[in-house]
Design a protein around this ligand. Structure first.
Ligand SMILES: CSCCC(=O)C(=O)COP(=O)(O)O
Ligand SMILES: [Zn+2]
Length: 209
């Protein structure tokens, strides 16, 4: 990894953070973002824990290794949920992983928790996940939210598989990913659009039940 690579990735992640922040997707300092900088050994930039993610500073991200430990001596703490990002990089070809808490993903994650998933079919936006067939189904697994992060990361890992691009965490948020920053953002936006549409439709047709 060269300094140029690191700066380029930092810039990409900072731009995504700004774009998601403009939508209000980091309430109460929630959310964390990462971008892969090197494959072997695995190294990725991840947001520092507990910060106001609506602000842009020189201390927004730090580089961590394949064990989610800072690569260099720093006073910054990696996101408390860095292990989830590590898991995504271990089990997929992702180059970028995004975790946000929104009202829509929070509500959907609770309504469908007992089913363990929500699926979408016949929605144009599932094409954002490269699902082009007319009868294609987009599946989003839903996992429980244990407070022990290694357990949460293991639950996430169990759900990762073919055509899975994001996992909902019950009453918590979503972790979504893509091969690069552009694709990860595209996937996250598409998920949120589908969740909001679904909830709006439920309200209109079933009085919210
Ligand atoms: C105040 S949000 C609780 C922690 C969380 O779920 C989150 O996404 C932010 O944690 P981080 O350590 O990445 O700031
Ligand atoms: Zn979170």
């Amino acid at each position: 990894m060269t300094t140029v690579d690191l700066k380029k990735r930092w810039h990409e992640l900072a731009n995504i953070k700004d774009a998601l922040g403009a939508r209000g997707w980091f309430p109460g300092t929630s959310g964390n973002l990462s971008i892969k900088v090197s494959d072997e050994p695995l190294e990725f930039l991840v947001t520092a824990s507990g910060k106001d993610k609506y602000e842009r500073t020189d201390e927004d991200f730090l580089l961590v290794d394949e064990n989610s430990h800072p690569v260099e001596q720093t006073s910054l703490k990696p996101s408390a949920e860095t292990l989830l990002h590590q898991k995504v990089y271990e089990l997929t070809d992702a180059g970028c992983s995004l975790h946000v808490h929104t009202v829509s993903n929070n509500v959907i994650s609770d309504i469908y928790a007992e089913q363990g998933e929500i699926t979408f079919q016949g929605q144009e936006l599932i094409k954002a996940f490269n699902l082009w067939e007319e009868d294609a189904v987009l599946r989003v697994p839903i996992i429980e939210n244990p407070s022990h992060i290694p357990d949460l990361a293991d639950l996430l890992g169990e759900q990762i598989g073919k055509n899975i691009y994001g996992v909902l965490i019950r009453n918590h948020g979503i972790t979504a990913w893509g091969r690069n920053a552009f694709e990860a953002k595209k996937h996250l936006e598409a998920f949120e659009f589908l969740f909001e549409s679904h909830l709006t439709l439920r309200t209109q047709t079933q009085g919210g039940r």
